[in-house]
Design a protein around this ligand. Structure first.
Ligand code: PLP
Length: 490
């Protein structure tokens, strides 16, 4: 076969992918994987490079990255502006200790994040940034800070966290303790600190005739009861605003955010918004917290109409994943002056002594700055509205599919809940491995989907074009049908 040396895709040998698979499985232990399923049950896909929303495999084929590489990628792979910022920073200052030293990327990024963070006019704005290395570490920072603040104030007994059922906040022990995904959590339960779980406002769980807003009110009432029952014991509520991702791309009415904000205020409990997955435009607004409706005049406390605007401001905002456009690990925890001041003291023990070796890494911060610049240069949030509308059109016909119980969307995320006969009451047996079967079929057709159990979803890089979306829709349909056909025969 004649090879064109200028086209790297043509360099792929048929056996090259296989060679990489073998080398990989000889030495690597992959994340979130039952390694025994490689390579026979679960194909391993060696990737050579990325280009826009496409991954180019060692087999020379192109795969549409329909899940943005675990929800991290925003503007496509190997984005030239982000790559240039990384290269520039790497040859200027690759890293320096952030305890006692300072550098421009960390300062500029903090300034920019605080400027775009969710704001409520009646509240002092988020004004301080603490960096961590990944989402889980960012969650740990917020949990530890909330707890430690009460300690520093001499307020004893507030050492519990409330989290939502179906929520996910990462895999380290502290983050796992406030997560509610049994598959990840159950085995480690003896190691985890106790958390209180409040019912999720998840609209999929609506009773017949109940609207998502009703569901949000019902979940908020349960939260109120929990707060009352544990008055004086809780330091913070942690939640994923608008969309519980790992829990199955479950969406809720943003009214819940307003109600939760009000309840936290009433009970003197901090609100931690985990926007690690939903931040940076994923659900249609820069941050999902912005979608909360204004408070009702009757419930606006104190100053009257002043607080009566859309959007809630959390006391801690955790960001990661899309923060660097999907290029490098970095997390930022934004918080308020009043929390920051709670740590100022003559005693070192009252300081927040948490650190990571790479805290505020300059290259990662430079990548994040390039990412924020692209939001402005390319008018990303406005453009996404068109892409999201196209996704709505392409997803609509799935509602009639005999095995689809729910089609839901929040901005640039669409999810399809598959059940045995399209009825919520008849979920598939997990042993039928519908998701795995759909995954394999989609890969055969050049699309990287990674279903969450029986939930298929689209979460593509924002640069996805119409042709790619059409491929995604066609492939999703085939993947569903093939998976269900296979499961029926198995
Ligand atoms: C991914 C995720 C995390 C954990 O982030 P990692 O970088 O994977 O540790 C935390 N919270 C939410 C909502 C996430 O989606």
């Amino acid at each position: 076969m004649q090879k064109k040396s200028h086209d790297p895709e043509m360099l792929a040998e048929p056996d090259e992918a296989q060679r990489w698979r073998e080398r990989d499985l000889a030495v690597l232990w992959h994340p979130c994987t039952q390694m025994r399923e490689h390579p026979d049950t679960l194909p391993l896909l060696p990737i050579a490079r990325g280009e826009g929303p496409w991954l180019i495999g060692r087999d020379g084929r192109r795969y549409l990255d329909a899940i943005s590489s675990w929800w991290t990628n925003l503007f496509g792979h190997a984005e030239p502006r982000i790559a240039a910022a990384i290269a520039q920073q790497a040859s200027t200052l690759e890293h320096v200790i952030l305890a006692g030293c300072s550098h421009a990327p960390a300062v500029e990024l903090a300034e920019k994040l605080l400027a775009i963070a969710p704001k409520e006019p009646a509240r002092a704005p988020l004004s301080k940034v603490f960096y961590a290395d990944n989402g889980s570490a960012g969650v740990e920072v917020a949990l530890k800070m909330a707890f430690h603040w009460f300690r520093n104030r001499g307020i004893e007994g507030r050492h519990k966290f409330i989290a939502l059922e179906g929520g996910y906040h990462g895999e380290t022990l502290g983050a796992l303790a406030v997560g509610d995904i049994p598959l990840y959590r159950r085995v480690y339960a003896p190691l985890l600190t106790e958390a209180l779980f409040a019912p999720s406002p998840d609209a999929y769980l609506c009773e017949p005739g109940e609207s998502p807003a009703d569901r949000a009110r019902r979940a908020a009432n349960a939260l109120r009861e929990l707060l009352e029952r544990h008055a004086g014991e809780v330091c913070a509520l942690i939640l994923e605003p608008r969309l519980q991702c790992a829990g199955g791309m479950r969406m809720h009415d943003p009214l819940y955010l307003r109600l939760a904000r009000e309840l936290c205020d009433e009970h003197g409990v901090y609100l931690i918004a985990d926007e690690i997955a939903v931040g940076f435009g994923r659900t249609g607004t820069m941050f999902a917290c912005e979608q909360a409706p204004p408070s009702l005049p009757s419930s606006a406390s104190g100053t009257g109409s002043e607080g009566n605007t859309a959007g809630i401001q959390p006391d801690f905002l955790c960001l990661s994943k899309g923060l660097t456009g999907g290029s490098l690990p970095l997390a930022a925890v934004l918080t308020t002056e009043s929390i920051y001041e709670g740590f100022l003291d003559d005693s070192r023990e009252k300081a927040f002594l948490h650190s990571h070796s790479y805290t505020g890494n300059p290259i990662a911060c430079a990548a994040a700055l390039a990412t924020l610049a692209i939001f402005e240069q390319d008018n990303v949030i406005a453009r996404n509205r068109f892409t999201a509308a196209r996704m709505t059109e392409l997803a609509a016909p799935f509602a009639d599919h005999p095995h689809v119980a729910d089609v839901r969307q929040a901005g640039m995320v669409v999810a399809f809940e598959l059940t045995n006969n399209g009825n919520k009451a008849t979920p598939f047996d997990p042993a039928s491995r519908i998701g795995l079967r759909a995954y394999r079929e989609a890969l055969r057709r050049g699309v990287l989907l990674r279903p969450l159990g029986n939930i298929l979803y689209w979460m593509p890089p924002y640069c996805v074009d119409d042709e790619a979306l059409q491929l995604l829709a066609d492939t999703t349909r085939t993947a569903i049908d093939t998976a269900i056909g296979e499961a029926a025969c198995a």
